[in-house]
Every structure is written in C-alpha cells, then in structure tokens.
Design a protein around this ligand. Structure first.
Ligand code: XUL
Ligand code: MN
Length: 345
C-alpha cells in the first residue's frame, strides 16, 4: 500500500470491548500483546499510549518499578517494529481526580495529578517518545460556581510548566475537547490550547493535537482547527475520526459521516505537508454491533480512507480551481469538488 510518506498510529483503547454507559461489554478483551500483533497487519507504524496502557497499576509501583516495566514494553515495540508516538497521563479514573486533576479544589489531589504526570513522563522516556499528550478530561466544571476559572487557568499553566521543567526534552501536545466527561471544559478548542501553550515557560515545546470529533462537538470545522494550529507550526498530532452531530463523543471511523469534511481535513494536512511533522493518529472505535473477529475493520478502513482522500487531494484540478476562485464562481467550484469526490469529471 502506497502511504505517501505518512505514518499511522492508534491506541490500544481503539480495539475495545464495546461497552457503553448503558450496556456491558459485547466483545471479549484482548491482551496488549495480542493487540500489538495487529498493528503492522493493519498497516500501522506507531502506538499511542495512556501511561497505564504501558504500565498497568502504576499507582501501586515505585518509579524504578515503573521504568523497568516500561523498558519491557519498549522491547515488545522493537520486536514488533513499532514506535511509541506519545504517552498521555490518565487523569480521569482515579478517585483523586473526581473533581479534576490539575484544577481540583483539593491540594492533595492536585499533587497526585502532577506526580502521576511525572510518572507518565518517565514512561515516555523509557519508550523513546518525546511527546506527551494532555487530554484535560476533568479540567472543567459541572457547576460553574464550584471553581475559579482564572485560578484554574493558572493551575493548568503551572502544571504544564512543571512538566516542561521536569524533562527539558519533553514536548507537550494539548488535546482540546469542549465537554464530556465534564459539562463544560476549560480548554475546549484549539485556540484555547494554543493560547495556554504560548504562555508557557518554553512555548516552543507546547503544541496541540486536533481530534475531529472534539472540534465537531465544539461546533467547529476540524479542517479549520487543523489549519489554525498549522499556521503556528503547532499541530504535532491528530486524532482523526468522525462524529454524527454534536452529541456524545462517537469516535466513528474517519470520513464515515461526512466525506467532504474528511476530505478537507486530509486536504489541509496534505497541502501543509503534515507527513513531515507528525504521525496520523486514528482515534476510532468499532461500533457496538461489530462482531469480535471483525472489530479492527474501523482501523484499517480509516487508514485506507485517509490515503484515498490524499489521492483525491493530489489529483484535484488546481488550475481549474484557481480560475473559478478568480471568477468568484464558488457554485462551480462546489460542483467541481462534489464531482471529484464522486469520481466524476
Ligand atoms: C477522549 C479522547 C482520548 C484521548 C487520549 O475523548 O479522545 O482518547 O485522545 O487520552
Ligand atoms: Mn482523542
């Protein structure tokens, strides 16, 4: 398969058991090793990790034990010819993160969040990844009056600065999301994430990860969010997927809901040479109805769809487009794009 220089990644959570808030699992769990063996078969190059995807139960382990366990995972990656793209601290499951992590109202809980994040940095070092992704899951409120938004913003900045100081080589990519699990998140969009990064002690080491579903939940266009971040050289990773309207986060296969919206994401990424900058992450989940033995199709289909869209981007009649833009004939430009997407001339 021609990959046009692109590399692809997903996380172990993207092969999942199909539980939702209203029903139990519908597919058996697969071990980490079993999932790892799928990556190359499905055409992928790299693994995205939560800290405990790499080192389960890390809260019960010493820093030395954590590093040792992470080194064993590195060996497995090497054996499978895979890279680690990033490590993300899972700051939303432990009881100490109920009221938020870096922005919890409880100082001991905030200390836990920082300590846990430092352990995630240790794991990243052992896995050979210089990137940490921060999805700020519980940094927000269910009740606006429960927290001070100015103080919370400062706390987020302090946490980022602490991590940048902890490892001078570490880069951090903030993954914004407007809601879920919180009612209202403090860092809902690319603009918020970038503003926070530019204010950090070393802004050159803070960038963003754009997830399509999160942008759509925020009522924004994912390709514009991509382009905005790329204009500043700050788009370091993506979670491409799709989303059927502004409801719960669906993580549908890339392009499965809105082909043109997906085409434009591929277009902005490709026109700005994303393959030279980062890895294309696919944060997609198989729908609940999918039989267990077929529950990796969403990954290979998303990857192949991205590459097909890149081919469509590269085969656009640029000259005809320029002429239509010059004539301000956007109706005909619309017709050209729609026909191109349908394989018609
Ligand atoms: C949550 C989400 C997470 C992050 C990784 O909506 O997208 O999978 O991408 O922590
Ligand atoms: Mn994501």
């Amino acid at each position: 398969m021609e990959k046009y220089g692109y590399r692809f990644s997903f996380g172990p959570w993207n092969i999942h058991e199909g539980a939702d808030p209203f029903g139990p699992t519908v597919r058996p769990s697969r071990t980490f090793d079993d999932k790892l063996a799928e990556y190359k078969k499905l055409g992928f190059d790299a693994v995205q990790f939560h800290d405990d995807d790499a080192v389960p139960s890390l809260d019960d382990l010493s820093p030395a034990q954590i590093r040792k366990a992470a080194r064993a995972v590195r060996k497995k990656l090497d054996d499978n010819g895979l890279l680690a793209e990033f490590v993300a601290p899972r700051l939303w499951e432990h009881p100490k993160t109920i009221d938020g992590a870096y922005t919890s109202n409880n100082p001991q809980d905030r200390a836990y969040a920082l300590d846990r994040s430092k352990k995630a940095v240790d794991i990243a070092q052992e896995l050979g990844a210089d990137l940490m992704v921060l999805w700020l899951a519980r940094e927000g409120t269910y009740l606006r009056e429960a927290k001070d938004v100015v103080r919370a913003t400062e706390q987020l900045l302090e946490a980022i600065n602490t991590l940048l100081d902890y490892d001078p080589k570490l880069r951090i990519a903030i993954e914004p999301k407007p809601n879920e699990p919180m009612d209202l998140a403090y860092i809902p969009t690319m603009g918020h994430a970038l503003a926070l990064g530019f204010q950090a002690n070393d802004p050159s080491r803070v960038g963003v990860l754009m997830e399509s579903a999160h942008s759509i939940l925020a009522g924004l266009d994912p390709s514009d969010e991509i382009g905005f971040a790329m204009a500043f050289g700050k788009l370091w990773s993506v979670h491409l997927n799709d989303q059927n309207g502004p409801k719960f986060d669906q993580d549908r296969s890339f392009a499965s809901v809105d082909l043109r919206r997906a085409f434009n994401q591929a277009r902005v990424l490709d026109e700005n040479r994303f393959w030279e900058v980062g890895i294309v992450g696919l944060d997609v989940k198989a729908i609940r109805t999918q039989p267990a033995e077929l529950a990796t199709r969403h990954l290979s289909n998303s990857l192949r769809m991205f590459l097909r869209l890149v081919e469509l981007v590269r085969s656009l009649d640029k000259k005809a487009m320029e002429e239509l833009v010059a004539a301000r004939d956007y109706e005909e430009l619309d017709w050209l794009i729609l026909n191109h997407l349908m394989g018609r001339s």
